[in-house]
Design a protein around this ligand. Structure first.
Ligand code: NDP
Length: 451
């Protein structure tokens, strides 16, 4: 990179850091975009003239609110709720809700900022937003979760709507929470609309939405492998997480003939050298989704496997890795281990799971690496398809939605190749995703004037 580009990036980041103190995750997400987009803007002065990137790092609106509720003992509890409405240049705000004790404004701003680029890549008319709460659904009864969701939605309902802002799930927000949130919105507004996505099948949800993020990540990885004349057949795969994204990434890897060796949760990872097959995965899904159990129980059910408490799975030798749990869960040292063990492709299912040091290591080793904003966009894309079906009041078949998802993932891959290929033919998917996502939003912002 030239000295003048580096100086521009440093000046821009100094300003962002000064304006957003105590927001390290948000600053990390902006830095990654700035490093690739600022050199591009240098050759496209219209974006500098309209101060597009400066406007894009400022959310259009941030809502922070009190969420009071009572637990099963009748005691009053207080949590903090958020919705960051980041950018609506190309469509209504769209992005998930996260319920996890680590939720802060910084986490939601990083997620909302990335969402703007991701949603642009999907080819659908979706703006970007994100929200959630520091509420921890773990260990709570269904009635406690319901009362929390009802209180959260009582305030959030003033700010969202099917043409304004359409939230979905994320960590800690699955089908149960979306149901309670939707029920309360409908009751308050007396309207049955597609105000949330990830809804139940018999009340407006789309087929394939639960599978979409995980399936989409594997479709994207298969496209990357295809550029090398390879596929997943016989490849060994390491996955982190055991939630929604991880479960369906594993399912699709198995369907494509890969051998999945690991899954994890926040307490550690399981390693099954014989491979997690469809039967074992069905057992895990029942454990996590119905019994709300811990992944370590796997080794009682399948004694050939081992559980590694407090560890992450990146030391296990593999051909392909899918980080599908949370942000900053794969650091530079772990990236070096993956590379040394022969890993050829790293596909982010989670948002920002690789630290900047890890990304640098993958790119220096010139292995296939894709950021979540490209490879996990299948979830929000299928949410976009759910919105279309709700508006049309129709329901597409499983095959039809899956086909659309596959084509969207192929399209996102092609956009990354267009903007990310360097002179040697290496595809920098980070640069490709950031620039392709940026251009569509930036051009819309120029068209719409200074708003
Ligand atoms: P879930 O809540 O279904 O699962 C999250 C998984 O990650 C669980 O196994 C959880 O373990 C683990 N995890 C969560 N926090 C931590 C932590 N701090 N340290 C270690 N492990 C952790 O969430 P999703 O599968 O929906 O989301 C996973 C990732 O994918 C997130 O980054 C999310 O933003 C991203 N994503 C999700 C999409 C979706 O459609 N759901 C779309 C695009 C991106 P435990 O049970 O122990 O907490």
């Amino acid at each position: 990179m030239s000295h003048s580009h580096q100086a521009q990036i440093d000046a821009f980041m100094a300003q962002v850091t000064a304006q957003n103190p105590h927001e390290p995750e948000f600053i990390q997400a902006v830095q990654e975009v700035a490093e690739t987009v600022i050199p591009f803007i240098a050759n496209h002065p219209q974006y500098a003239e309209h101060r597009i990137l400066e406007r894009m790092v400022e959310p259009e609106r941030t809502i922070i609110f009190r969420v009071p509720w009572t637990n099963d003992q009748g005691e009053v509890q207080i949590n903090r709720g958020y919705r960051v409405e980041f950018n609506s240049a190309i469509g209504p705000y769209k992005g998930g809700l996260r319920f996890h004790p680590t939720v802060t404004l910084s986490i939601l701003k990083f997620l909302g900022f990335e969402q703007v680029f991701k949603n642009s890549l999907t080819t659908l008319p979706l703006g970007g937003g994100k929200g959630g709460s520091d509420f921890n659904p773990k260990g709570k009864s269904d009635t406690e979760v319901m009362r929390f969701c009802q209180s959260f939605m009582t305030e959030l309902s003033r700010h969202i709507g099917p043409n304004t802002d359409v939230p979905a799930g994320d960590i800690g927000v699955g089908g149960r929470e979306i149901g309670y949130l939707f029920g309360q919105y409908k009751r308050l507004r007396n309207e049955f609309t597609g105000v949330l996505t990830g809804k139940g099948r018999n009340w407006g949800g789309s087929l394939i939405r639960p599978e979409a993020t995980g399936y989409g990540a594997v479709y994207f990885a298969a496209e990357m492998l295809r550029t090398k004349g390879q596929n997943f057949d016989g490849k060994s795969v390491v996955v982190s997480g055991s939630g929604n994204v991880a479960q369906y990434a594993v399912e699709k890897c198995i369907q494509m003939g890969a051998k999945v060796l690991t899954m994890s949760d926040s307490k550690g990872y399981i390693h099954d050298a014989n491979g997690i097959d469809a039967t074992k995965l069905a057992w895990i899904m029942d454990l996590k989704n119905n019994k709300r159990g811990r992944i370590e129980s796997y080794v009682q059910q399948y004694p050939g496997a081992s559980f590694h408490a407090g560890e992450r799975p990146w030391g296990v030798a593999c051909d392909a890795a899918f980080p599908c749990a949370t942000q900053n869960e794969l650091n530079g040292d772990e990236a070096a281990k993956l590379i040394a063990n022969g890993c050829q492709v790293v596909t982010e299912g989670a948002n920002m799971p690789s630290t900047p040091e890890a990304i640098e290591a993958f790119q220096e080793a010139r292995i296939l690496f894709t950021p979540g904003k490209a490879s996990n966009a299948g979830g929000v894309a299928t949410s976009g398809l759910e919105m279309s079906q709700n508006s049309l009041r129709i329901s597409w078949s499983r095959e039809e939605v899956d086909e659309r998802l596959l084509n969207i993932m192929k399209d996102i891959h092609a956009q990354c190749v267009t903007y990310g290929t360097d002179e040697s033919g290496y595809v920098d998917y980070v640069r490709g995703a950031n620039i392709a996502g940026f251009v569509k939003v930036a051009d819309a912002m120029i068209d719409q004037g200074v708003v």
